[in-house]
Design a protein around this ligand. Structure first.
Ligand SMILES: [Zn+2]
Length: 261
């Protein structure tokens, strides 16, 4: 394998990530050492807060333009470094810009190909897509370092179409939307969902396959590398099926053979 050690950086606001069990999972799957670390932003200062605030996006239809943050936005980011409470209002950030800011925080002697750094965040990371000229929420920002956005996992793959339709018609008719949410409960991930950690395993596999073979995704839904656009498919690949397809299992075995030599 190209990588020889994995570093996982915590997002203290989301206890359902369960870094300990993810470290065991990765170590079992790839038989390379995994180190768990605190959030890389934990002891960060105002200048980092300013850089992160500058990654905010306001117009989904336009590619990234550096935002000039105001004092409140900088204070908000700074408070987030210490504060572990989750904000309900979802702020969108350019994922590649945040990636640049976080990369600068990695100790220089660890910024190398063999050391794979994975940051967890509850910020919604987004990337601009030139196919439809708009930003989309992303669960995973690949490359090294990678970012796994827990809010992206919950918000980016779509909920069932019927759910939206019922929600819209009940809004129009003034029906209590809670009953609709209750009806579809379990068919999509929610905040504080205990299944989050197992879902994250799939995104970690995608991040590592991307680094090792240059391709993160599989077109088979019966594979943990499946790039799910619907919550239902995400749950099928990661919770129900929980396996790699035959082809990717072979690749995994080859990567591991290489390791043990
Ligand atoms: Zn596959």
């Amino acid at each position: 394998m190209k990588i020889s050690k994995i570093f996982l950086y915590d997002e203290p606001a989301v206890s359902q990530i369960q870094l300990d069990r993810l470290a065991v999972f990765l170590n079992k799957t790839f038989s390379i050492p995994v180190e768990i670390r605190d959030s890389i932003l934990k002891f960060s200062k105002k200048d980092t807060a300013e850089k992160i605030a500058a990654c905010r996006i306001f117009n989904l239809r336009k590619p990234y333009e550096r935002h000039n943050p105001n004092t409140d936005e900088i204070i908000f980011e700074e408070a987030n470094f210490e504060n572990t409470s989750k904000t309900e209002n979802i702020i969108m950030y350019d994922g590649f810009e945040i990636q640049k800011v976080l990369t600068e925080l990695i100790p220089e002697n660890e910024r190398k190909l063999e050391s794979f750094h994975i940051f967890f965040t509850n910020k919604l990371t987004c990337t601009y897509d030139y196919n439809d000229y708009r930003y989309h929420g992303r669960a995973l920002i690949g490359a090294n370092p990678s970012i796994v956005s827990t809010t992206g996992i919950i918000e980016a793959p779509a909920k069932p179409r019927e759910y939206y339709l019922e929600l819209m018609s009940s809004y129009a008719q003034g029906i209590n939307v809670e009953s609709i949410k209750q009806k579809y409960k379990g068919t999509y991930l929610e905040y504080n969902d205990t299944r989050l950690s197992r879902i994250i395993e799939g995104y970690l596999l995608q991040a590592i396959f991307y680094l090792e073979i240059g391709d993160a995704f599989c077109d088979k839904m019966e594979c943990r590398l499946f790039n799910a656009h619907w919550q239902k498919d995400l749950m099928y690949s990661q919770l129900e099926n929980r396996k790699l397809c035959e082809k990717h299992l072979l690749i995994l075995n080859r990567l591991n053979e290489h390791n043990n030599k």
